[in-house]
Design a protein around this ligand. Structure first.
Ligand code: CUK
Ligand code: CUA
Length: 763
C-alpha cells in the first residue's frame, strides 16, 4: 500500500479545540445545577442510574412493538435512547424498505388476497430461544389486525419474511416461541369461519365460527418459517387471547387463554346488550392447555384436514387425542405467563383482583388420572380449577401481564386499573412491594423476563397514557415507557420515555452482549433473501444492457461515485437498476434515489439492491446518493435521461470550462501536498499492529482500492498534457486528487480507530 491524503486533518484539529474551549467555561458545581434545575437527591440518583456517558453503551437492548406503525422500535436500557426503527409490516423510507424491489418482495408476502396492506397492528415481539434462553438470533412479531407474523434476522436487523395466517381473520396471542424456537405460536382473537372467505350469519356462531392456535414451524438454519410444516389447532369460539410456551418440565406444552367463553354475540342495534357486557357475564373463561408435540405427531400422521392449503387439527381430534384441555380461569383474563422454571402458569384476571398461579404438575396429574370435571360443548375435557391451581394472590385492580426476576419465585404484574406494578412471590403467594406508575400500564417487561433465565435489574412499565408527562404535542399523546430499578427490595422509578410511534403493546429486552450483528455483507448479497444478488457486479464490471423496452443497469457505489453516471432510456422503458456498494468500511452506507420516480434504496457495505420503475415521463432526472457519505457526497450523482421515442442528437460535444496549463500545474501541486499527508498516515498505520484489527484491515483495503486507481488516471492526465489538452489534463489530475481524498479519509479513520483501540507499535 502507498499513500494517503489531506484536508480533513485541519478539520479534525479544529473539532478537538472546540471541546477544550467548552470545558473552560463550565464552572457550575453539581449543587448549582441541582438548585438551578430544582433536582432532588433522588433525582440525581435516578439520573446516575440511567445516564450512559458518551462512548459507553447500554447493558440491554429492548425491542418494542411499534404498535399501529407496523414497525419495531429498538432502544437501549438503561439510557432509553432509541437506536433504530425496523420496518416490518409497513414501508420505512430510510432503509429503503418498500422502495426497492428486494424489500418490496418481502412486503408483498404480506398481501392478503392480493391486496396490499400498508399498516400493521403489531403487538408482541419475541426473541428466538435456545433451551428457553434468549439466543439473540431472530425476532418475531405479530400483526393483530391482518393476521400475520414477521421474521427479523438480528444479524442485520432486517425483516426477511412475512407469513399470512390462512385461517384467521385476526390474531392476538403471538408471537411466542417454544423452548428451542421449534414453533412460533399465533392464537386467533375474534372468531370467524376458518374457511376464511365464507359467510355465515352470527346466529351460527357456535357451529360455524372458530378460534384456533397456529404453530408456525421455524427453520433456524434458513432463518425462515416453513408454512407447509405448520399447523393450527382448531378451537371453540372462545376469543383466544395471549399465549406462552412451556419450558423445562412443561416443554412440549403451550398455554393460551380466552376471554369470551360465553360465545356471546352482541348487536346493540338489534336490542341485544353489547359485547362488553355479554363477554364478561360469567365468572370464568378457559385456559387452553395444549400438547403441541402430540399435535405435531398427529399432523405428521395425516390427522389434520387442509383448509386453504393449511393443516388444521379439528377440535374432535384434538379433544380425543389428548392435545387440547381446558381449565376455568377468572375472569376475562388477559396475560398468561410461564415461570422461568416451567412449573407454573400465571394468569392475570383483568376483571378479577387476583393472579391465578396454576401448577403444571397438578395439571399433568389430573390429565394422567383422567380427572375432569366436565366436557365443554365441543367435547373438550375440562380440568377443575381447584385441581390445577397452586395459589391465587390478591394483587390489585386489573392484573394483566407478568414478568419474572432473576430472584427465584419473584414476579412483577401490571395492574391496569390501579396503575401500579406489584412485585410478588408466586411460590409463597404474597405481595412484596408495589410501585405507582403513570396512567394505565399495559404490558411490563423485565430483562429477558419471559425466558428461562431472567436477568432482573430493570423493569419497564409500558403505559397507555401520558397525560401531563411531556411537553404537549396535540391531542394525540405519546405513550410512556417508564424505567424502574428492580435490583433492590423497593422498586425505584428512574425515567420517563415518550414513545411516539404507536401503541407499543409489548417489548422484550436482551443483554446487549448476546447480540452480534454484522457490520457489512459479503459483497453482492441480497439482504432480503440472504443469497447472492443476481444483479451484483464488481468494480470494472459495470454495464448497461438495453433489450427491447428494458434498460437494465448493473452499477456500483463507492465514495463518491455512482457508476454509471449517465443512464439513457426512452419514454415507456422499464428501468431496472442494480447497485452494489463496494465499500468495506464500517457505516459507509450509500443511498440511492431517482428524482420523482418514488424509489429509494439504502445500500450498506457489500449489499446489492435493485430499484425498478417505468420511465413513463420524458425529461431529465438527477439520481444521487442520499447518505452524506463523504466530503464529496453531493457530487455522488448522475443523470437519467428519458428521451422521446426515436430522438436523435443534433449537437455532439459538451461545453468546455477553458482550463489552462496554470490550472493543471496548480492541481498537480495539490496532488503532491496531499500525497505527503497520505504518506504520513500510512507510515503510522504500518508502524503498528493494524493487521490485528479486522475493521482497520477492511478500511486499508478500501483505501488501497482507491489508490490503485491513480496510475490509470495519471496516465490520462499526462497524455493529455503532452497533447496540450489542458481541459482533459486538469480534470484527470483532479480525479487523481479525488482518489487521494477518499483514501486519506479512510486512512485517517483507520488511524483514529487504532489510537482509540490500543494499537501497539511493531518493529
Ligand atoms: S395486549 Cu396490549 S396491553 Cu396486545 Cu399483549 Cu395486554
Ligand atoms: Cu454516497 Cu453520499
Amino acid at each position: 500500500m502507498k499513500p494517503f491524503t489531506q484536508r480533513t486533518v485541519p478539520l479534525l484539529i479544529a473539532a478537538g479545540m472546540g471541546l477544550a474551549a467548552a470545558a473552560a467555561w463550565s464552572a457550575e458545581t453539581l449543587q448549582d445545577v441541582m438548585k438551578r434545575r430544582n433536582l432532588s437527591q433522588q433525582d440525581l440518583l435516578a439520573a446516575a442510574k440511567t445516564y450512559v456517558p458518551t462512548g459507553k453503551r447500554d447493558e440491554f437492548v429492548a425491542f418494542s412493538s411499534g404498535g399501529q406503525s407496523g414497525q419495531v422500535i429498538v432502544y437501549g436500557i438503561p439510557s432509553m435512547r432509541i437506536l433504530k426503527y425496523i420496518g416490518v409490516f409497513t414501508p420505512e423510507p430510510w432503509q429503503g424498505y418498500g422502495y426497492d424491489a428486494n424489500s418490496k418482495a418481502v412486503l408483498d408476502q404480506g398481501r392478503i388476497d392480493g391486496k396490499e396492506i400498508t399498516w400493521g397492528d403489531t403487538h408482541h415481539p419475541a426473541i428466538s430461544e435456545t433451551n428457553g434462553k434468549y439466543d439473540g438470533q431472530f425476532l418475531f412479531i405479530n400483526d393483530k389486525a391482518n393476521p400475520r407474523i414477521a421474521v427479523i434476522d438480528l444479524r442485520d436487523f432486517e425483516t426477511k419474511q412475512i407469513v399470512v395466517n390462512p385461517v384467521f381473520k385476526s390474531e392476538h396471542g403471538g408471537a411466542f416461541v417454544t423452548e428451542n424456537t421449534e414453533y412460533v405460536i399465533e392464537a386467533a382473537q375474534y372468531p370467524a369461519p376458518l374457511e376464511n372467505k365464507k359467510f355465515y350469519p352470527l346466529e351460527e356462531m357456535n357451529e360455524k365460527y372458530r378460534g384456533g392456535i397456529t404453530y408456525w414451524k421455524f427453520d433456524r438454519k434458513e432463518g425462515r418459517i416453513v408454512p407447509a410444516e405448520s399447523f393450527t389447532i382448531e378451537a371453540p369460539p372462545y376469543w383466544q387471547d395471549l399465549s406462552d410456551a412451556g419450558k423445562g418440565p412443561s416443554h412440549g406444552w403451550a398455554f393460551t387463554n380466552s376471554f369470551c367463553a360465553e360465545r356471546y354475540v352482541g348487536g346493540i342495534e338489534k336490542g341485544r346488550p353489547p359485547y362488553e357486557a355479554g363477554c364478561s357475564a360469567k365468572d370464568t373463561d378457559y385456559l387452553h392447555v395444549m400438547n403441541w408435540k402430540k399435535a405435531e405427531e398427529l399432523v405428521k400422521a395425516g390427522k389434520a384436514k387442509k383448509i386453504n392449503g393449511h393443516n388444521v387439527l379439528p377440535i374432535e381430534v384434538a379433544a380425543k387425542e389428548g392435545v387440547l384441555f381446558l381449565i376455568p380461569e377468572p375472569k376475562s383474563p388477559h396475560g398468561v405467563d410461564v415461570s422461568p422454571d416451567g412449573k407454573f402458569i400465571i394468569v392475570g384476571g383483568k376483571l378479577d383482583t387476583h393472579a391465578s398461579v396454576y401448577s403444571f404438575d397438578k395439571i399433568m396429574a389430573a390429565i394422567k388420572a383422567g380427572k375432569f370435571e366436565s366436557k365443554d360443548p365441543y367435547g373438550i375435557p375440562v380440568i377443575g380449577m381447584k385441581d390445577a391451581l397452586h395459589t391465587q394472590v390478591q394483587l390489585g385492580l386489573g392484573p394483566l401481564h407478568t414478568q419474572f426476576d432473576a430472584k427465584k419465585c419473584v414476579a412483577y404484574t401490571s395492574l391496569y386499573v390501579d396503575s401500579q406494578v406489584a412485585k410478588w412471590d408466586y411460590c409463597e403467594g404474597k405481595v412484596l412491594d408495589k410501585i405507582s406508575v403513570h396512567y394505565n400500564i399495559g404490558h411490563l417487561m423485565t430483562m429477558e423476563g419471559d425466558s428461562a433465565d431472567p436477568q432482573g435489574r430493570y423493569l419497564v412499565a409500558l403505559n397507555k397514557l401520558a397525560i401531563d408527562r411531556f411537553v404537549p404535542v396535540g391531542p394525540l399523546h405519546p405513550q410512556n415507557h417508564q424505567l424502574i430499578d428492580i435490583s433492590n427490595d423497593k422498586m425505584q422509578l428512574l425515567y420517563d420515555m415518550p414513545l411516539p410511534l404507536g401503541e407499543p403493546h409489548y417489548a422484550v429486552a436482551i443483554s446487549a452482549s448476546k447480540l452480534k450483528p454484522g457490520v457489512r455483507y459479503k459483497v453482492g448479497t441480497d439482504s432480503r433473501t440472504d443469497k447472492p444478488h443476481p444483479g451484483a457486479v464488481r468494480a470494472g464490471e459495470e454495464k448497461i444492457v438495453k433489450k427491447g423496452n428494458k434498460v437494465e443497469v448493473f452499477g456500483t457505489l463507492i465514495r463518491s461515485h455512482i457508476t454509471p453516471e449517465t443512464i439513457e432510456a426512452e419514454v415507456g422503458d422499464e428501468v431496472v437498476i442494480h447497485l452494489t456498494n463496494l465499500e468495506r468500511a464500517q457505516d459507509e452506507t450509500h443511498g440511492f434515489t431517482v428524482s420523482t420516480y418514488n424509489v429509494h434504496a439504502s445500500v450498506e457495505p457489500g449489499k446489492t439492491v435493485t430499484v425498478k420503475f417505468k420511465a413513463d415521463k420524458e425529461g431529465v432526472y438527477p439520481y444521487y446518493c442520499t447518505e452524506f457519505c463523504s466530503a464529496l457526497h453531493l457530487e455522488m450523482m448522475g443523470y437519467l435521461l428519458v428521451k422521446p421515442k426515436g430522438w436523435k442528437p443534433t449537437k455532439t460535444t459538451l461545453a468546455k470550462a477553458g482550463y489552462t496549463e496554470a490550472d493543471y500545474k496548480a492541481t498537480l501541486k495539490k496532488v503532491a501536498d496531499t500525497q505527503a499527508v497520505i504518506d504520513s498516515v500510512v507510515a503510522y498505520i504500518t508502524s503498528v499492529n493494524y493487521k490485528d484489527f479486522p475493521d482497520v484491515v477492511a478500511m486499508v483495503e478500501d483505501a488501497t482500492d482507491q489508490l490503485n486507481k491513480i496510475p490509470e488516471a495519471k496516465k490520462k492526465h499526462e497524455a493529455a498534457a503532452a497533447a496540450k489538452d489542458w481541459e482533459q489534463a486538469n480534470l484527470w489530475a483532479e480525479q487523481v486528487w479525488q482518489y487521494q481524498v477518499k483514501a486519506a479519509d479512510l486512512g485517517l479513520r483507520a488511524k483514529t480507530y487504532l489510537e482509540q483501540n490500543g494499537a501497539k507499535k511493531i518493529k
